[in-house]
Design a protein around this ligand. Structure first.
Ligand code: GRF
Length: 209
């Protein structure tokens, strides 16, 4: 898949989709609320958050952090709820004039039809160096495999899971002294460092795919 300038992002209004803890969602919101770059014309605007899990900690965390960003809960716990979830999400995307859909720990797969409606507008973070260790439990898969280096990938979402064009990657070395918990902590630290940077790259059109 190739990217040309016509595909690039002009609309900087973002929606974040998250299913669980929400550390990446919180980090991105914090970054763009506090960053001086937020005052620039090319900045990202986080305009809404959607969770598919009514009990997800991310919901209360975002509400506690700011009242300026609405948080929507649209149940999507099994595949029978996907169509309604996507239809409600699409309404929010239109109502809020969203240009970029940011998956941050969103643990469901969007349909091919939905993805096809938003080419180069859906971004995901994955805790491995894709194309290695796609799918769930990527940190553990890499650790169990015994690789010496793993990392974090930010990529566009395409029809095939964890396979879209890569925007940004960062390597994490697995030391002899690491265990699964220390590796998870290292991965999350890198995630928090590079996801906002990747969004800035998109906003400023400085990325190459
Ligand atoms: C992160 O490791 C992310 O890479 C993966 O899901 C996890 C979400 O963590 N897609 P959090 O909810 O952002 O804390």
């Amino acid at each position: 898949m190739t990217l040309n300038k016509n595909n690039l992002q002009d609309n900087k209004n973002c929606i974040i989709l998250a299913s669980g803890n929400g550390s990446n969602a919180l980090n991105i919101i914090n970054y763009f609320l506090t960053s001086k770059k937020n005052k620039g014309i090319n900045s990202i605007n986080i305009v809404a958050v959607v969770s598919n899990v009514a009990t997800a900690p991310v919901i209360e965390k975002v509400k506690k952090l700011t009242t300026f960003i609405p948080v929507f809960v649209i149940p999507f716990n099994n595949s029978s709820e996907r169509a309604i979830f996507e239809s409600e999400l699409e309404k929010i995307i239109i109502n809020y004039n969203i240009g970029l859909i940011v998956l941050a720990g969103f643990m469901k797969v969007l349909s091919k039809e939905f993805v096809a409606k938003f080419p180069y507008k859906i971004i995901n973070i994955h805790p491995s160096l894709l194309p290695s260790f796609k799918g769930k439990d990527a940190i553990k898969k890499a650790y169990d495999y015994g690789v010496k280096y793993t990392g974090v990938t930010i990529h566009y979402v395409t029809e095939e899971v964890d396979s879209g064009p890569i925007i940004l990657q960062e390597v994490v070395k697995i030391e002899e002294s690491d265990n699964i918990l220390s590796l998870e902590a290292k991965i999350h630290k890198v995630e928090h460092e590079i996801y906002p940077i990747a969004l800035e790259m998109l906003a400023n059109k400085t990325h190459k795919v």
